[in-house]
Design a protein. Structure first.
Length: 366
């Protein structure tokens, strides 16, 4: 039986598709995190094999298309192009005007903000990205398909901008009945569909353009339903991730068909990072259950993994946050114990104790 295919889709930023001397391929960290979470001390199924031994992880990359789009934008002279778009009355003109003010040397803003903005505003660039993504999915499935056998089972984990990109691409893939005049699309619904679609830091609503994220075919349900392209749909956001603080993906009409998870763990300052999402057992246990089998992990193993005693809210760089909060409370308690008009002696005693608490607090923080 062929392995379950797990397509992983990156978000914004520079995401090299191939490993070079300068940097590893973008999916290396994702693969490493999934293997790390497959802890044999917690999950018996991983006693002899890693997660990657069970599942065929396939990266979907569109960084090349965005790099070319940004190069074209700069070559056209950003500000002038924005002014021309405004003169034509294009809906996205104000966004293009905002891009025109970005410092050409600010690599971070160009690779993060500009990626999302250009995808949202420029239809030609959106289509280039979608065609590339669809082509990668088709090629990956074709390479793993054996004649006479059904197509392999597949799921998706997409992150950030990648959730909008994959949503739009899948809608095209599911609804386009013909790849060409001579070649029917075997991946069109109802011929085929995905098992589970995981959307981490879901931007498919805030960046929706041609297809409504709540009404498209990229939604969960039984395979015999004509408007469903996956069996399960899981959307995940972090409580303080600025990317999903507004226009969060919350399809009221989907009811229980859409599983929504709110994360509140802290392991790094970048709570938006792909690997920061994957680090949480509420996420990775579901990925394991989907891609290996529903019985891969026992109910007890899952309950133990997600228990706050085993996966506390604060860890990594933030492991000392609870102690820091306790020190803050100790400092406030010292203040509250003081009389409204303390003696000079009481003042100096409190000052000494307060300095001690602040030093202890300083030592707790990185």
């Amino acid at each position: 039986m062929p392995k379950h295919i797990l397509f992983v889709v990156h978000g914004v930023g520079v995401q090299p598709a191939q490993t070079t001397a300068a940097a590893p391929a973008w999916d290396a960290d994702v693969r490493a995190k999934l293997d790390q979470c497959a802890d044999p001390a917690r999950f018996a199924i991983f006693a002899q094999r890693k997660f990657s031994d069970f599942v065929d992880v396939v990266p979907i990359s569109y960084d090349k298309e965005f790099g070319e789009a940004l190069a074209r934008w700069k070559q056209l002279g950003g500000a002038a192009s924005a002014a021309h778009a405004k003169s034509l009355g294009l809906p996205g003109a104000p966004i293009l005007e905002a891009l025109a003010d970005i410092d050409p040397n600010d690599a971070f803003l160009w690779s993060h903000v500009a990626d999302a903005a250009l995808y949202y505003v420029l239809a030609v660039e959106r289509q280039n990205v979608r065609v590339s993504v669809c082509d990668q999915i088709v090629r990956a499935l074709k390479a793993r398909w054996q004649p006479g056998e059904p197509l392999p089972r597949a799921s998706i984990v997409a992150h950030s901008l990648g959730t909008a990109v994959i949503h739009d691409s899948l809608h095209l893939l599911a609804t386009n009945k013909q790849m060409s005049k001579e070649l029917p699309n075997q991946l069109a619904h109802p011929n085929w569909g995905f098992q589970t679609i995981f959307m981490l830091a879901n931007t498919s609503r805030v960046l929706q353009t041609d297809f409504n994220a709540y009404e498209s075919i990229v939604r969960p349900g039984p395979a015999n339903k004509l408007d469903k392209y996956c069996a399960r749909y899981v959307t995940v956001h972090h409580e303080v991730d600025p990317v999903t603080l507004v226009r969060r993906f919350e399809p009221k009409t989907w009811k229980s068909l859409c599983e929504s998870i709110t994360l509140s763990h802290y392991r790094d300052w970048n709570v938006h990072a792909f690997t920061h999402f994957l680090d949480n057992p509420q996420v990775y246990t579901q990925i394991f259950g989907t891609t290996i089998s529903s019985t891969a992990l026992t109910a007890k193993e899952v309950a133990t993994a997600v228990d706050e005693a085993n996966y506390p809210r604060f860890g990594g760089k933030f492991a000392n946050v609870p102690k820091a909060i306790a020190k803050k409370n100790e400092l406030f308690a010292l203040r509250d114990r003081m009389p409204s008009d303390p003696s000079v002696l009481d003042y100096f005693k409190a000052l000494k104790d307060g300095i001690r608490i602040l030093r202890e607090l300083r030592d707790l923080l990185p």
